[in-house]
Ligand binder design. Structure first.
Ligand SMILES: [Zn+2]
Length: 97
C-alpha cells in the first residue's frame, strides 16, 4: 500500500451516527484479517475514495466501507468479524401490578 494521509477512526462518529443511534466510534471491533481487537476509533480512515474506507491499524486491511448517496447509504463490514458496542445497563422489567 502506498503512503497516503488518513484520519483516525473518531471521524467515523458523525457519518455512522446518521445510521445508528449508538456511537460506534466507542465500539470495539475485531479485524477479520489479523484478528486484532481494538477500538473503532483507532482505525485509519481514508476519505480519498468515493466514500470512507477504514483500515486496520495493525495489518492495513479494510475493515469498514461507508458510502453515502443523497437518499441512501451503504455500509460494508466484511473485514470486521464483530463489533462490540457499549450499551447502557439494562433496566429491570417493571413488576406487574
Ligand atoms: Zn488487521
Amino acid at each position: 500500500m502506498t503512503e497516503m494521509s488518513y484520519l483516525d477512526g473518531n471521524m467515523l462518529d458523525g457519518p455512522l451516527r446518521e445510521l445508528f443511534a449508538v456511537d460506534l466510534s466507542a465500539a470495539t471491533g475485531r479485524c477479520q484479517s489479523c484478528g486484532m481487537v481494538g477500538p473503532m476509533a483507532a482505525l485509519h480512515v481514508f476519505s480519498h475514495a468515493p466514500g470512507l474506507v477504514a483500515r486496520c491499524p495493525a495489518c492495513a486491511e479494510v475493515m469498514l466501507r461507508l458510502v453515502r448517496a443523497p437518499d441512501r447509504a451503504w455500509l460494508d463490514l466484511r473485514g470486521t468479524t464483530f463489533l462490540q458496542v457499549p450499551m447502557p445497563a439494562q433496566q429491570p422489567f417493571p413488576r406487574p401490578l
